[in-house]
Ligand binder design. Structure first.
Ligand SMILES: *Cc1c(COP(=O)(O)O)cnc(C)c1O
Length: 419
């Protein structure tokens, strides 16, 4: 007789095999490389890709436990059907729960995670500013079904009611500037409302929104978590103070069916291994490039005259930080500022033409991958200035990126002079 396989419904050999508690003290990279070790049951060093949608029950009839008897708060009890849990996404979530510091659930995309959040909390009102236009599309659909009402981000606290949401995207799309999370958490909680944070532009190790009072952290994992422009993913991490929400959200995901595919879960673990290396490099690269361009705008040096001829302004949290007197920004983004920033050109035609002159930046939407991207943002977001370009800095050498930008500005300025 074959012995019962591991990973079966309520498998006993997984019972004591929970994440090692001392992992909480490890560095970010040690966690992203090892936080799923307890789920590694075979001899594999690299995680295998599991494609099965369904999983055998325990061979021992006495061990069989019905769905209703399972503790859904324990995600590592073995798998039943992949619309509920599956091995690759479970390993991915084990790492995410560890590094985001609250139980994490993955979804098919960032927008499906945001949708799941609205469905679960079902607020009557949501206080929200600009930011990713797709989230406003989700709110419109949800409002059609529930009558959800939008409030301005800076609405008076008195307008908020218990159960409402303040939803902050920080750093903000497309400019990379940041919000004071503590101030918004205090405002929400003073009314019995919740703070939900779209932290896509500031993944670990840049910021930890739970430290400042966030109730839920959302990520489009398509961006820095995936990091290689090859997987769609959404993530919700729940503040441990609200961990009762976890079970409810997992249950609703089972019925909404918005689970990640196995391939994406597998890619996600592969990606998380290098999260800290990638994000730190991207953050430093962005800060150096922003400061180089900012200095060029404010200098009279001949070698950067082309930049001043075509470029109007630069926006990024590192520039914003200089103006903040009480220092909340450097405290809340203690790991570095986000790797996305925006430049506004002097004329719309400059914004249209600059991307084609660059060799190391792809002209494409999205962000967070190892490769640098630039986007004439009006291509996908009608709400932004048509002179604005959004830049997502990759892991290339920053000197190479600066050199490429300078040659593109120079070529654009020369073209302008000819006309
Ligand atoms: C991309 C993005 C989203 C949407 O994520 P998808 O994975 O594309 O669905 C939401 N918020 C922000 C800030 C984003 O950049």
């Amino acid at each position: 007789m074959a012995t019962s396989a591991p990973h079966v419904n309520g498998a006993q050999d997984l019972k004591d095999d929970t994440p090692s508690p001392h992992f909480a003290d490890l560095s970010l990279s040690s966690k992203t490389v090892h936080a799923d070790d307890f789920l590694n049951k075979g001899q594999d060093v690299a995680p295998p890709l599991h494609v099965s949608t369904t999983f055998r029950y325990n061979k021992d009839p006495d061990q069989l436990r019905k769905w209703t008897e399972l503790d859904l708060n324990t995600p590592y009890e073995g798998h039943i059907y992949s619309r509920h849990t599956a091995p690759n996404t479970t390993r991915f979530e084990a790492i995410l729960s560890n590094i985001l510091k609250g139980p994490a659930i993955s979804y098919t995309s960032g927008l499906s995670a945001f949708h799941a959040l609205l469905v679960f909390l079902n607020p009557k009102q949501i206080s929200i500013g600009d930011g990713y236009h797709g989230c406003h599309g989700v709110i419109d659909i949800h409002a059609k079904l529930t009558g959800l009402k939008k409030l301005d981000l800076d609405c008076p606290a008195e307008e908020l009611q218990a159960g409402d949401i303040i939803h902050i995207e920080t750093p903000l799309n497309p400019t990379g500037t940041a919000y004071n999370l503590k101030a918004f958490a205090d405002k929400a909680h003073s009314r019995g409302a919740f703070l939900t944070v779209d932290a896509t532009f500031g993944p670990p190790p840049l910021q930890d929104p739970f430290l400042w009072g966030a109730d839920v952290i959302m990520h489009s994992g398509t961006k820095y978590i995936g990091g290689h422009s090859d997987m769609l993913c959404g993530i919700l991490a729940i503040n441990p103070k609200r961990k009762a929400w976890y079970q409810g959200m997992v249950k609703e995901r089972l019925h909404l069916g918005n689970v990640m595919g196995n391939m994406e879960g597998w890619l996600g673990v592969r990606s998380l291994r290098t999260l800290e290396l990638r994000v730190k490099t991207q953050s430093v690269n962005a800060q150096v490039l922003v400061s180089w361009m900012h200095n060029a705008l404010n200098s009279e040096a001949a070698d950067t005259a082309a930049i001043r001829r075509v470029l109007q302004k630069i926006e990024h949290a590192s520039l914003q930080a200089e103006d903040i007197k009480d220092g909340w920004l450097s405290k809340q983004m203690s790991g570095g500022y986000g790797p996305v920033f925006a430049i506004t050109m002097k004329e719309e035609r400059f914004a249209r033409r600059l991307p084609s002159k660059l060799e190391l930046f792809h002209h494409a939407t999205s962000l967070g991958g190892v490769e640098s991207l630039i986007e004439w943002r009006t291509m996908t977001d009608p709400s932004v200035d048509t002179k604005l370009l959004r830049i997502s800095v990759g892991i290339e050498g920053w000197e190479d990126l600066a050199h490429d930008l300078l040659q593109a500005f120079t070529s654009l300025a020369a073209e302008v002079e000819e006309k």
